[in-house]
Design a binder for this molecule. Structure first.
Ligand code: ADP
Length: 489
């Protein structure tokens, strides 16, 4: 008789989940990816390529072309040509059909895209499958709808396209950020040169394949890969009319300086250090789930991550106890496993940065708590981390860490928490947990944050505008507001 297998126990003595890996046999990756310029995949002029890896296995996935200034020039020329000869002249309802088709094709290939997103970026498959890819398709659907209705969106204002949009995106939501940028640009009649982040180019290149297959006229969307230098060449190209950037505040500042004195339009979506505020009348269990969703899922790789927790004193002990218990149940590991809650940190460099901040938090005197979870032997992983008794002057409270690290403070009054929440250089997002609608409205008027979630966190929708205050940038993406940066009136 076969021996009955004993269930495995995790570190807490609970039964561990059996592995549930997503299959990756159905996807195809080329050994080498060229630049997508003028509707074709072309070799970079200098013939240089760099490796792109999986942060969870540290294995190479493919080689990707490095575009230099000459390649950027070719891409901008292709975009300008497509703008003048085709896209600008095409009736808006025809443009909409292409955007709609891209949305449908993303849906059709959603499994493949989700798998590649998790392989290349390290985020759990559950997130790329249920959030990133469906939202990317929804952005294309949503903006396809606006393309022939711009005069209704802005009545009496005669909206006109700008020309060529140069778009630079980060590594935390590679496909979704590409959709956020490309869909409104196309709907408003602009053409595009887009550069994905150097660590996560693969889903953008898959999107290039989709765009090619969709029959979108050559040159309307060009996708080129490379590092910061390539991004800078896009920003500085004289024939680019609009720059859309999502990334770090430091690079955003550089970009703003470099286009000063030109007539380029610009939107910047930069860093954040969101306050997640829990009042003593909040539903505590839901709040705990929202806190975990806000900072630990997606490894804290979200600019709007709820990385500062403010708990009203009366419920602090209970909430922290429940939060610690919940953290102990989080599964850190293989992004391809459907049970995984916290995947891989995107790069070694980012993991070093997070570990540096964890050391700093300890040195600053905050009390550390880390999930009691098992950690993979290979790859870049970080335990979900709490810092209790953090104070407003601590660097772990003031600076963006971009990892699964939560700084906790308590408060007594509304005035105190508003003061503390606003007293940082950033202003991208915030969360408020309370039973009282009036308190929510009071808070939303006083918190300097572009997006405020009430009794939930990290929820996105294409119809809703997103963007920041202060050093989190300016301009809005999503919704009707997201059309404006791509239009002149
Ligand atoms: P993160 O800290 O999120 O990696 P970065 O701001 O460094 O953010 O990167 C975001 C994007 O900006 C990436 O695509 C990167 O290649 C690009 N980038 C980096 N430096 C520059 C620059 N000087 N000009 C334009 N783009 C840049």
């Amino acid at each position: 008789m076969a021996k009955k297998e004993e269930p495995k126990l995790d570190l807490m003595g609970n039964w561990a989940y059996a592995p549930a890996p997503e299959d990756s046999k159905h996807i195809h990756l080329n050994k080498k990816y060229d630049l997508f310029i003028g509707g074709k995949f072309v070799k970079p002029t200098k013939g240089k390529y760099f490796d792109t890896i999986s942060p969870s296995t540290e294995q190479k996935l493919a080689e990707v072309a490095e575009a230099d200034e000459k390649d950027v020039d070719l891409a901008v020329k292709a975009a300008r040509n497509a703008y003048d000869k085709t896209w600008k002249k095409m009736p808006a309802k025809e443009r909409a059909k292409y955007i709609f088709r891209i949305a449908r094709m993303i849906q059709e290939r959603s499994r493949e895209l989700a798998v590649i997103e998790s392989m290349n970026g390290g985020k759990p498959i559950r997130e790329s499958r249920d959030i990133d890819v469906p939202l990317a398709a929804n952005h294309f659907f949503y903006y396809a709808g606006w393309a022939d209705k711009l005069e209704y969106a802005f009545p009496g204002r005669n909206p006109q396209s700008l020309g060529v949009a140069g778009q630079i995106i980060p590594w935390n939501f590679p496909l979704l950020m590409a959709a956020w940028k490309i869909a409104p640009a196309l709907a408003t009649g602009n053409t595009v040169v887009l550069k994905p982040a150097e660590t996560t180019p693969l889903t953008a290149l898959k999107l290039a394949e989709i765009i090619q297959e969709s029959g979108l006229p050559d040159g309307v969307v060009n996708i080129i890969t490379g590092f910061g230098k390539t991004g800078a060449a896009i920003v500085n190209h004289p024939n680019v009319n609009k720059v859309a950037f999502t990334g770090s505040t430091d690079v955003g500042k550089l970009i703003q300086k470099s286009i000063a004195g030109t007539d380029k339009k610009i939107t910047l979506e930069l860093g954040g250090k969101a306050a997640n505020i829990v009042f003593d009348d909040a539903p505590i269990d839901q709040a705990v789930e929202g806190i975990v969703n806000g900072i630990f899922f997606n490894q804290g790789h979200v600019c709007c991550a709820g990385s500062r927790l403010f708990v009203q004193e009366g419920i602090a002990d209970e909430l922290i106890r429940k939060l610690k218990d919940r953290m102990d149940t989080l599964i850190v590991g293989d992004p391809m496993d459907k049970n995984t809650d916290v995947g891989a940190i995107n790069s070694k460099e980012q993991l070093d940065k997070i570990n540096h901040y964890i050391k700093l938090g300890n040195n600053e005197g905050a009390e550390i708590f880390q999930s009691n979870c098992s950690m993979p032997k290979k790859g870049y992983f970080c335990k979900p981390t709490l810092f209790l008794h953090a104070s407003q002057s601590h660097r772990i409270v003031q600076e963006e860490i971009f990892g699964p690290v939560l700084a906790v403070q308590t408060f007594r009054t509304i005035e105190e928490v508003i003061e503390k929440a606003n007293n940082i250089p950033y202003g991208l997002s915030a969360g408020v947990w309370t039973d009282k609608g009036s308190k929510i409205f009071n808070m939303t008027g006083k918190l300097r944050a572009g997006v405020i979630w009430a009794n939930t966190y990290n929820k996105f929708d294409p119809t809703s505008p997103f963007g920041g205050y202060k050093e989190s940038g300016f301009g809005r993406e999503g919704g009707l507001h997201g059309l404006m940066p791509y239009l002149k009136f």
